[in-house]
Design a protein around this ligand. Structure first.
Ligand SMILES: NC(=O)C1=CN([C@@H]2O[C@H](COP(=O)(O)OP(=O)(O)OC[C@H]3O[C@@H](n4cnc5c(N)ncnc54)[C@H](O)[C@@H]3O)[C@@H](O)[C@H]2O)C=CC1
Ligand SMILES: O=C(O)CCC(=O)C(=O)O
Length: 391
């Protein structure tokens, strides 16, 4: 039996992927083979000894210590695109809502409770405070044209906005899906200086942390509306506060409230609802669970953020998977050990991603259970090997 530990509420249809004859799903499990989670912060967690894979039912993996996982050969998965439509819809909703002062207006109407028959008159007198602007013809800048950004860019065109996109690392797939009417910004500064609305859809990394800072705000038009559905840390809060005070930022819409931000004026703070739809929760849960299950049972990897995609139909009698550093002569040393044990290779695949690589070897002859522990230990002695599994 394999143990799966959910660290957040995961849609039942996702957990049901783990068939009961082979898996036990238990949020109290002390030594799980797999973890499935959403935004749970894993940075202070010890890794259980059996842990083979972590599946993030969502896009961002900044809540997972990915580098430490790689060093222990723990494969981290995410679910590219599975919640993108949910985020897109909320981004569009808040572009419209912020432009029409909808949230302030609706909140103000609530304050008229108890005014009795006077309410309609008070409404007509007070509504001038909430006159908005139409979004048609305004320019939306989209920073990051991945799963979410590309959907937002295409949909905003359909709402008659002008759209400018910036993504120096855009994937070929996304580029194919992007409307030709999305203007290409060659620099991020071009987005900062020419847009009425700016929406950001990039991962939080050391490169993107604090990208909304004093220098960025100084280039922006007065009264720009910024939407942050990516991660709170993309904005430098001190600089943001100053930009709001000075009127550069007319509205800051964030899915990541904290004590500082909710106390700033002109902030619309949403309780991290971007991916919170039934559809998105189910899509993410099923995709995450299938990827984790496939990896546990076959060693094949799809949609990992720390190891390359590896897919080999299981043709041999035993499969050996080796996670190792991406350095020369690993395959040579590993196959020499297999030869020593008279093990014949039926098929083999080696793929690397950055600092780490993964080798999958199908063995043609029977491998006696008795020699498996010794074989694993022998392969582990190869310098650079971080994990060995025999499936
Ligand atoms: N609020 C919520 O509930 C959700 C938030 N997110 C956040 O949104 C982020 C984006 O999600 P997806 O679009 O699904 O990810 P994605 O991986 O499909 O797209 C990210 C895009 O950002 C681009 N990028 C990376 N660094 C960049 C830079 N410095 N400048 C411009 N572009 C850059 C990449 O090339 C890629 O195209 C996630 O990393 C996550 O933090 C995602 C889903 C739900
Ligand atoms: O699971 C969630 O609700 C958060 C989604 C998210 O932030 C992400 O996918 O990056």
């Amino acid at each position: 039996m394999y143990a799966i530990k959910p660290l957040n509420n995961i849609a039942k249809c996702g957990l049901d992927v783990f068939n009961k004859d082979l898996y036990e799903v238990n949020d109290q499990s002390e030594n799980p083979d797999g973890i499935i989670l959403r935004s749970f912060n894993m940075h202070d967690m010890e890794f259980p000894e059996n842990l083979k894979g972590i599946a993030r039912a969502g896009a961002g993996v900044n809540n997972i210590p990915v580098q430490s996982c790689s060093e222990k050969g723990i494969v981290v998965f995410n679910t590219p695109g599975a919640n993108a439509n949910a985020v897109k819809e909320l981004v569009l909703a808040t572009i419209l809502a912020s432009s029409r002062n909808l949230i302030d207006g609706v909140s103000w109407v609530k304050t008229l409770e108890g005014e009795g028959e006077k309410v309609p008159k008070l409404v007509e007198a007070g509504k001038k405070e909430f006159v908005g602007r139409e979004i048609a013809g305004k320019t939306l800048g989209v920073i990051g044209l991945g799963a979410v950004g590309a959907l937002v860019a295409n949909s905003a065109l359909a709402l008659d906005m002008e759209v400018m996109g910036f993504d120096p690392f855009i994937s070929v797939d996304t580029a194919w899906n992007l409307s030709r009417n999305v203007q290409r910004a060659m620099t991020i500064e071009q987005i900062f200086s020419s847009c009425d609305f700016i929406t950001v859809h990039v991962p939080l990394t050391e490169q993107t942390r604090g990208m909304f800072n004093k220098e960025a705000f100084s280039l922006m038009k007065n009264n720009v509306k910024i939407l942050n559905f990516s991660r709170g840390e993309l904005a430098n809060e001190e600089d943001l506060k100053a930009a709001i005070e000075s009127g550069i930022v007319g509205k800051y819409i964030t899915d990541f409230p904290n004590e500082n931000v909710i106390n700033m004026k002109n902030v619309i703070a949403i309780p991290h609802l971007g991916a919170s739809t039934k559809e998105s929760e189910e899509n993410c849960a099923i995709m995450a669970a299938r990827q984790l299950k496939n990896y546990i049972e076959t060693g094949n990897i799809k949609n990992s953020v720390n190891f390359a995609n590896v897919e080999l139909p299981y043709v041999g009698k035993r499969r050996i998977t080796i996670a190792h550093h991406n350095v020369p002569n690993m395959v040579g040393q590993i196959t020499a050990i297999l030869a020593h044990y008279h093990l014949n290779i039926a098929d083999m695949l080696n793929r690397s991603k950055g600092e780490f690589a993964y080798t999958l070897i199908d063995i043609d002859n029977e491998v006696e259970d008795a020699i498996v522990p010794e074989l694993k230990e022998k392969i582990k002695t190869v310098s650079g090997v971080v994990r060995v599994r025999v499936i």
